[in-house]
Every structure is written in structure tokens, then in C-alpha cells.
Design a protein around this ligand. Structure first.
Ligand SMILES: [Zn+2]
Length: 159
């Protein structure tokens, strides 16, 4: 029979593996990808802009989950992203989540894969042209690997 201690150790190890192995993440929420990663014409700025994540169409206040375990390194307002969370997964890989309505975690907190970190929203702020930066409630989900943005869907299990 396994002791609690052994079980805990095993879980911790599994969490560590899940967070750094590529293609072992879960989607932060279910919904259609409304805008892919890469170059696009920005929906409100109407100029060519690099989209450093994917947009997932979700209703207001949909629970947003941590894609993998890690440490919350940012939970703050960023103009353009609105209410924004960034999670450090180790190995120079971070995931980030924008346009949130409500934070459910705070900075320096450890989160497990699947833990609810926020409720989705439509926060963004005002763009360079004076227009609101979002067109409706959605989650902006992105990844940084060694300081560069990467396609977050490459990290998702079974995508
Ligand atoms: Zn976006």
C-alpha cells in the first residue's frame, strides 16, 4: 500500500513532467478558436499585426484553467491584454492569458494543471487609434518559449 508521502511525491513528479513536456498541456477552456496564431489584420486596429496567441471564443465569466502546473508570475493589467495572467512552467516556458474578467489566483501562487485561475472577460483597454481593443468576450491564450512567442496549440495534448 502506498503511503500519502509516496503518493504526494508521485503527483509532484507528474505535475513537473506535465508542465515541461511538450504536447502535454490541456486547453485553458473549451470553445472555438476564433483567431489563430500568426500574422493577421487586427480586428479593431485594421493594421497588420502579429497575433502572439490564439483567441478562444467563450462567454463572459467562463472558468479559465491553468494549462499545466507552474507558478503565477504575473496577475495584473496590461494595456492591450486587459487583465492578464502569466504562469511560469520552468524550462523557460510560460503561458499567458488575456482579456480576463476576474483573477482567481495571485502572483507567486503555485497552480496545478486544470486549476481555475480566472474568469474570462472582455478587458483590453484602448488601442493606439483610440478604439477598444477587443470585439467581444474571448480568451487570448499565448506561450513564450525562451522569450519568443510560439504557437500555443503545439503544446496541447491531443490537439
Ligand atoms: Zn488574441
Amino acid at each position: 500500500m502506498k503511503t500519502d508521502e509516496e503518493q504526494k511525491k508521485k503527483e509532484e513528479q507528474q505535475n513537473k513532467q506535465n508542465s515541461t513536456n511538450k504536447a502535454n498541456w490541456i486547453m485553458p477552456c473549451s470553445g472555438k478558436i476564433s483567431s489563430p496564431y500568426g500574422w493577421r489584420i487586427h480586428p479593431t486596429l485594421k493594421t497588420k499585426k502579429f497575433h502572439d496567441g490564439v483567441d478562444i471564443g467563450v462567454n463572459l465569466n467562463t472558468p479559465v484553467k491553468a494549462v499545466a502546473s507552474g507558478i503565477v508570475v504575473k496577475a495584473k493589467w496590461y494595456n492591450g491584454y486587459g487583465k492578464y495572467i502569466e504562469i511560469d512552467h520552468g524550462n523557460s516556458i510560460t503561458s499567458f492569458y488575456g482579456h480576463l474578467n476576474e483573477f482567481k489566483v495571485c502572483k507567486n501562487q503555485f497552480v496545478k494543471q486544470g486549476q481555475i485561475i480566472a474568469l474570462s472577460g472582455n478587458t483590453a483597454g484602448i488601442g493606439a487609434n483610440g478604439k477598444v481593443m477587443t470585439t467581444g468576450p474571448h480568451l487570448h491564450f499565448g506561450v513564450q518559449e525562451n522569450g519568443d512567442s510560439a504557437n500555443p496549440l503545439d503544446f496541447i495534448r491531443n490537439f
